[in-house]
Design a protein around this ligand. Structure first.
Ligand code: ADP
Ligand code: MG
Length: 206
């Protein structure tokens, strides 16, 4: 069983954090050596950047946010992701460069961000083995986020923003290779079964 780089992507409240716990359980049960990292974040530098970007008081431009995301991502990639892959570990990453394309590029309608994606996509997507794309309806996302006591800058933008995010994710991921789309609208056990099936495929257990 060779090590993999797995990216978990999707809009707000689709269940990335929740499903990643199931992925971790799967990796532990199967004795697969792994690390979990997240975007923005990963390194101490990245976590500091995360605090700046997600703070609603910083009224920053889409391109400013994107450049910060990219700074955080490059550190995470060089210092955490690549060394772990080189050491034979599986890497699970909560969000990746597709988030910047979706949020700031497509929904934020910023052509510079889209151009930056084109440049960096060659670097970042090269190492990815599989994308787990989680999806639920924008209404369901909204319901789930509304239950949170603390929401960040992006989570607090309302239903129409969630609809835009959802459409943009479809646009980016539709027809892409090495991707599994999992609907999390259903019962958590159904989602879990689908997730486990896709992990079995990724790790060629079946
Ligand atoms: N099938 C499901 N899969 C994942 N989460 C679900 C599901 N059904 C309901 N939920 C709930 O939706 C919320 C998802 O939140 P979270 O995992 O933090 O999303 P994200 O990290 O994508 O923003 C959790 O409160 C979880 O209990
Ligand atoms: Mg999360």
């Amino acid at each position: 069983m060779s090590n993999k780089f797995i990216v978990v992507e999707g809009s707000e409240g689709v269940g990335k954090s929740y499903q990643i716990k199931i992925i971790e359980r799967y990796l532990i049960d199967n004795k697969i050596d792994y690390i979990l990292t997240r975007e923005p974040g990963g390194t101490n530098f990245g976590e500091s950047i995360r605090d700046i970007i997600l703070n609603d008081d910083n009224n920053t431009e889409e391109l400013t946010d994107s450049l910060l995301f990219y700074a955080s991502r490059y550190e995470n990639y060089k210092k955490i992701i690549l060394p772990a892959l080189d050491a034979g570990k599986t890497v699970v990453c909560d969000r990746y460069h597709y988030s910047t394309l979706v949020y700031q590029g497509i929904v934020g309608n910023n052509s510079s961000v889209k151009a930056i994606h084109e440049i960096f996509d060659a670097i970042y997507s090269k190492m990815i083995d599989h994308i787990i794309y989680l999806y639920t309806t924008p209404k369901e996302s909204f319901k789930r986020i509304s239950k949170r006591s603390v929401t960040d800058k992006f989570e607090s933008r309302g239903l129409s923003y969630l609809e835009d995010l959802s459409n943009a994710y479809e646009l980016v991921f539709n027809g892409m290779k090495n991707i599994t789309k999992i609907d999390t609208s259903e019962d958590k056990n159904i989602t879990k079964d689908n997730l486990i099936k896709s992990l079995d495929k990724i790790f060629k257990k079946k």
